[in-house]
Structures are given as C-alpha cells and as structure tokens.
Ligand binder design. Sequence first.
Ligand code: SF4
Length: 56
Amino acid sequence: MKVGIIRCMQTEDYCPGTTDFKMIREKKGGFENIKEDIEIVGFINCGGCPGKKAVL
Ligand code: SF4
C-alpha cells in the first residue's frame, strides 16, 4: 500500500509528524488491519486554511 500524508500547515513548525511515521511503521490506529507493506510516498502540508492545496 502506498500512503501520502497531507498535514496541517498551522502545526508544521513544531510538529515533525513523528507519530504519523510511527503509527505506519507499527501498523496501529487506522493502519491496524493492513497486512501488506506500507510505503510512504509523500508528506506535504495542506497549504493553509481552508486546506488550499489539499485537493491539488
Ligand atoms: S485547513 Fe487549516 S486547520 Fe485544517 S489542516 Fe489545514 S492549516 Fe490545519
């Protein structure tokens, strides 16, 4: 499975996304029942409120 993460721009200065990587690596939370390998293919911010770049 390939996963791209769209993160909150307001929090990116003090949140490095550590828990995102940990949850994927340990297959917890929303990734709990996924058996196949998970590959992170992107990590970008939303572009600021109201998610200006999220759709792009
Ligand atoms: S839209 Fe605003 S609150 Fe929502 S993720 Fe983006 S920056 Fe954060």
